[in-house]
Ligand binder design. Structure first.
Ligand code: FES
Length: 125
């Protein structure tokens, strides 16, 4: 049997799809007002012919719930926060198509910061 080679996407977009049960004090990225954002993102990518080059992925909590709804774009560790359909439109046009991340939509540094270093944890030479 011949294996088909699938080209890898240029971007992955991890959209937090976590919803908290009613009464939970902690906020979550999906509620009645935000539950259609993943579908909106996927439809936008499809309409612009970007599927394949961009892979949207539903994920669970990304650990920054107070700033949700969130999505993480790789490569680059770009964490976009407090998403709306209008922000998704601009992120697709400017970051994905224009290769120009939108600084003002990124999560503030006090909530994100630098990646944890494996060297500093003594896990890598
Ligand atoms: S619920 Fe989305 S980051 Fe935690």
């Amino acid at each position: 049997m011949e294996m088909q080679v699938n080209p890898q996407p240029t971007f992955y977009i991890f959209k937090c799809e976590q919803s908290a049960p009613p009464g939970m004090p902690k906020p979550s990225c999906v509620d009645d007002n935000t539950q259609d954002l993943f579908n909106y993102l996927s439809q936008t990518l499809m309409q612009k012919g970007l599927m394949g080059a961009v892979q949207p992925i539903r994920t669970s909590c990304l650990g920054r719930c107070q700033m949700g709804p969130l999505m993480l774009i790789e490569p680059g560790h770009y964490m976009y926060c407090q998403l709306s359909k209008e922000k998704i439109d601009r992120i697709v046009d400017e970051h994905i198509l224009g290769n120009d991340p939108i600084t003002e939509f990124l999560i503030p540094k006090e909530f994100w910061g630098e990646p944890v270093s494996l060297e500093n944890k003594g896990l890598k030479k």
